[in-house]
Design a protein around this ligand. Structure first.
Ligand SMILES: Cc1cc2nc3c(=O)[nH]c(=O)nc-3n(C[C@H](O)[C@H](O)[C@H](O)COP(=O)(O)OP(=O)(O)OC[C@H]3O[C@@H](n4cnc5c(N)ncnc54)[C@H](O)[C@@H]3O)c2cc1C
Length: 461
């Protein structure tokens, strides 16, 4: 059958562009389409962190690391509820993904490396200029390799031949034929119906806010299902906690806060990674928690700047406004505060007393928070704000793939000619491993998909 391109890539985010560059560099004629007016999707909005082990960036900082250790951590964190073959591939190829992006011009500075999960090794590789830098490098590489990009083009239909092989796409009645198709349309965070069906834990949260691209409608899942693809990874994704006082990305809160549950007890080290925070809050009574602080902390609050401003709403002036607006509840004593919020007063009083004693001694004997964050809660008025999971950063229910990115049907057989990568394909397990896992996933599997699709198309031409 006459074909217009060897490989068609649907979606020009991190996964799709990685696939397009790789396929085009193998000599395939590549068309990449995106429904948005620009390339990048959620990858463009990202902080630009990749989670990887054994890179030159780590070595430059004297960090000895390897994919085995990363794999062991990812599996253990998920109590082995994960797809080992896919995670093994992700870990094994994560360093190569970082080196590849470096070769395309992305800068990862050794001094920006950080511990991104609840492990002990610094594997969070932050691109100096965030996700935008990664997308610009990939976009440039795609055009240098000769890929054709078509924007403002939403793909809603796949073409199959008489034998069930995927052989192109149909856009508003116009058919474009190819030897293989890669689906890389991202997640479905912006589709409330799919959230209710595939990510009920998130969907049940009040005031849900999806922070990624509006184009994350789950089109890839619909496209895959239309040709018999199986879905997996039910109820998985990354849900972040937020005080939701304003519609700003403020899931990193200042370390001087304490978090308590309705019983009035602390339950986690407040500076813990977001990878685990929401999961732990969802286990508390009412699936919620409260941050507690005092007037001394409010008056001293200022924006924390690391690589970018964190907790932007936690400044003295803005907190004063929220208190005036009633978004933050106050009390003249800890017991009064507890009554006003509905927390068990006697236990909260004990919690604060013990915490203050720890602050005086300079050691958090309960949760081992860094001593630099220990500020006693003594100066009235006292304040509380409810926090709960409510920000969706990504979804992980997706097309079932094998480690070569073939999309599988319900009998676990590859659907000929169809490949998938990134959020569209289900790779990430229930417990998000660490900041950077998704961009590692989309780069690693995007490249594999590009290579596999090009090979498939060219061997069947
Ligand atoms: C604010 C923010 C910060 C983040 N920071 C990080 C981070 O630092 N590290 C990390 O690992 N993860 C991070 N994440 C998560 C990560 O960015 C995403 O999970 C990842 O970028 C998804 O990549 P992708 O290639 O699968 O999808 P995307 O990058 O979203 O690309 C999908 C593309 O497909 C297009 N598309 C959708 N439907 C169609 C269709 N029918 N036809 C044609 N095109 C279509 C979309 O327009 C989009 O361009 C962050 C997310 C957000 C929102």
């Amino acid at each position: 059958m006459e074909r217009d391109f060897d490989v068609i890539v649907v979606g020009a985010g991190g996964a799709g562009l990685s696939a397009a560059v790789t396929a085009a560099r193998q000599g395939a004629r590549v068309l990449i389409l995106d429904s948005d007016k620009q390339v990048g999707g959620s990858s463009r909005l990202a902080t630009g962190v990749l989670y990887a082990a054994g890179t030159s960036v780590q070595r430059a900082k004297g960090i000895d690391d390897n994919p085995d250790a990363m794999f062991h951590y990812c599996m253990a964190l998920n109590a082995y509820n994960a797809q080992p073959s896919l995670l093994r591939t992700l870990c094994d190829r994560s360093a190569d993904a970082v080196e590849w992006l470096i070769s395309l011009g992305v800068e990862f500075r050794p001094e920006d490396l950080y511990v991104a999960g609840v492990d002990t090794v610094a594997r969070g590789h932050r691109a100096a200029n965030n996700g935008v830098e990664i997308i610009q490098a990939l976009d440039q590489a795609a055009s240098l390799a000769g890929a054709t990009v078509s924007l403002n083009t939403r793909v809603r239909k796949l073409l199959t031949d008489g034998d069930g092989h995927v052989c192109g796409i149909d856009v508003d009645g116009e058919q474009v034929r190819s030897g293989a198709v890669v689906i890389a349309t991202g997640g479905f965070g912006n589709n409330s119906e799919m959230l209710a069906r595939y990510y009920p834990e998130a969907s049940a949260c009040e005031s849900l806010w999806y922070i990624g691209t509006p184009h994350a409608r789950g089109d890839g899942l619909t496209l895959g299902k239309s040709v018999g693809a199986d879905l997996t990874g039910f109820d998985q994704g990354l849900l972040e906690m937020s005080p939701q006082m304003v519609k700003e990305l403020d899931s990193y809160l200042p370390g001087w806060l304490i978090y308590v549950n309705r019983d009035g007890r602390r339950f986690i080290r407040e500076t813990g990674a977001y990878a685990v925070m929401s999961g732990v809050i969802l286990k508390q009574v009412g699936k919620e928690a409260f941050v507690i602080f005092d007037e001394a902390a409010r008056a001293a609050a200022k924006v924390i700047v690391t690589y970018k401003p964190l907790a932007p709403s936690w400044t003295a002036d803005r907190l004063a406004e929220f208190i005036k607006e009633g978004k933050i509840v106050q009390g003249n004593t800890i017991e009064e505060l507890a009554e006003n919020v509905g927390i068990k007063a006697s236990t909260l009083a004990t919690t604060v007393e013990n915490y203050n004693a720890d602050c005086d001694a300079g050691v958090d004997t309960m949760f081992f928070k860094d001593p630099s964050h220990l500020k006693p809660i003594r100066k009235p008025p006292f304040y509380a704000r409810r926090i709960r999971p409510g920000l969706i950063s990504l979804t992980a229910t997706g097309l079932r793939i094998d480690r070569h990115t073939h999309v599988l049907n319900e009998a676990d057989r590859p659907i000929s000619g169809l490949f998938a990568a990134g959020e569209t394909a289900s790779v990430l397990p229930a417990r998000y491993m660490a900041g950077g896992a998704s961009l590692s996933n989309n780069t690693v599997f995007g490249r594999i998909a590009g290579e596999a699709a090009a090979r498939h198309a060219m061997s069947n031409s």
